[in-house]
Design a protein around this ligand. Structure first.
Ligand SMILES: Cc1cc2nc3c(=O)[nH]c(=O)nc-3n(C[C@H](O)[C@H](O)[C@H](O)COP(=O)(O)OP(=O)(O)OC[C@H]3O[C@@H](n4cnc5c(N)ncnc54)[C@H](O)[C@@H]3O)c2cc1C
Length: 397
């Protein structure tokens, strides 16, 4: 397939008009202070302004573009979702504060929630009235997620939760958390995936304590979350009690999609800025750095072509998300290291107040996390090893 063909993602009539509509909206609504704000390693940046912007997007129907019309979305085809994310990233619009709600728990509730749960939560997720966080990982359960030990038991018409979650992104601003908890012991001889439940838990209550974790960047974007007698309604379990594993996996499958394209437009902006920095500092004269900058451009072009082809396939291979994640995380870590070399000794020195040094140091440091969250790269390679190469399954007991 030619590069030209894969760029098109099944266009439909009116796409170009739609692109103009997105551009005009952004030109009217995007003010200077919001440009480029937020993103990996910068989630706390201009948070109130980004929240207000997300609500404006929501009010005009942009944040739920991909949601079906019957759930209050616009039911946009994939080509328009891609256009929206491309234009959003090209304009330098801020990183979204509502993505856990709109792209993870919202679609999960549409697919597996009760009508009551849908009525209660979907309108507030769509309007960005309520923010969400994801309560999966625990000190003893990350890659091995079925090992969660947070427990929930029924007390009358409420679930009572006890346990600890960790690395919970944005828990410090979230109103609700979707929690994977053990509600039944593992039946003898059964897999540990049985007996887990997917609970919707309000964060602002006495039984929930959120403790920020300070990262190497100096910021705190994720947290420890302690449940000590926290409560939620009996009806706020998604799917059957004890069948939460299936729901938890469905949420992860919803996490990625057309937004990947916008993410890659953002990568292109990062690379353009790094090339500009190399020109300004004179690093562009170094043949080794020139070669690495060029290779970063080629690798990004290959990543975008692969992504477009996968998105436009009628049935993308089940390992698509793993391959894309392996490619982009390696790319970002390589660019982080390259940026440190472009900066030279200034990158390592404690130069406070130099915007270039601060930006690229943060980029470099946070990119270390890219190969861990959202399923570590070892886990992604394991998926490809088993599903594509047909290598024997790992013993996970
Ligand atoms: C920035 C960031 C944000 C996050 N946000 C959230 C969040 O909002 N909510 C949430 O629930 N979690 C979140 N996490 C947690 C994340 O999902 C886990 O860190 C991740 O699943 C890895 O788990 P772990 O840290 O327990 O490491 P472990 O699972 O203990 O892994 C340690 C190392 O062993 C390797 N390893 C483990 N198992 C295997 C295997 N079977 N084969 C080969 N290698 C293996 C791993 O790749 C890793 O290198 C976040 C993490 C980060 C870094």
């Amino acid at each position: 397939m030619s590069l030209r063909a894969v760029r098109e993602v099944a266009p439909v009539d009116g796409d170009e008009e739609f692109r103009r509509e997105v551009r005009e909206w952004l030109a009217e609504n995007l003010t200077g202070e919001l440009r480029g704000a937020g993103g990996p390693g910068r989630e706390n940046e201009a948070f109130p302004q980004r929240l207000a912007f997300a609500r404006r997007l929501a009010a005009d129907g942009w944040s739920t573009l991909a949601w079906p019309v019957e759930h209050g979305g616009r039911g946009a085809p994939l080509s328009r979702q891609v256009i929206f994310h491309e234009e959003y990233a090209k304009a330098g619009a801020p990183s979204r504060v509502d993505h856990i709600g709109t792209t993870m728990v919202g679609p999960t509730l549409m697919a597996l929630g009760t009508p009551g749960q849908q009525r209660r939560f979907l309108p507030r997720i769509a309007a960005v009235d309520e923010l969400w966080c994801q309560g999966y990982s625990e000190p003893g359960a990350g890659s091995d997620l079925a090992g969660v030990t947070t427990r929930a038991r029924l007390d009358g018409d409420q679930w009572v939760l006890t346990g600890q979650k960790v690395w919970t992104s944005l828990a410090h601003v979230a109103d609700w958390c979707f929690v994977l908890a053990r509600t039944e012991p593992v039946p003898p001889g059964a897999s540990r995936h049985a007996g887990l439940s997917y609970l919707l838990v309000p964060m602002r209550q006495p039984g929930v304590t959120v403790r920020p974790i300070r990262q190497s960047t100096g910021d705190s974007e994720f947290n420890e979350v302690f449940f000590d007698g926290a409560r939620t309604g009996r009806d706020l379990v998604v799917g059957e009690p004890g069948q939460g594993w299936r729901v938890a996996m469905a949420t992860l499958a919803f996490e990625r999609g057309a937004a990947t394209v916008g993410q890659q437009v953002g990568f292109q902006r990062d690379l353009d800025d790094l090339v500009d920095l190399a020109r300004r500092t004179g690093a562009a004269a170094d043949p080794a750095l020139r070669e690495r900058l060029t290779r970063a451009w080629i690798d990004l072009s290959a990543l975008r072509a692969y992504t477009m082809r996968a998105l436009s396939a009628a049935e993308p291979p089940p390992t698509t998300a793993s391959v894309i994640k392996l490619l982009w995380t390696r790319w970002r870590q390589g660019v982080g290291e390259l940026a440190m070399d472009v900066l030279g000794p200034a990158g390592a020195a404690a130069v406070a107040g130099d915007a270039d040094v601060e930006r690229w140091r943060r980029f470099f440091l946070f990119s270390r996390a890219d190969t861990i969250y959202g399923g570590s790269n070892e886990i992604q390679r394991g998926i490809v090893a088993e599903r594509v190469l047909g290598l024997p399954r790992q013993d996970r007991r």
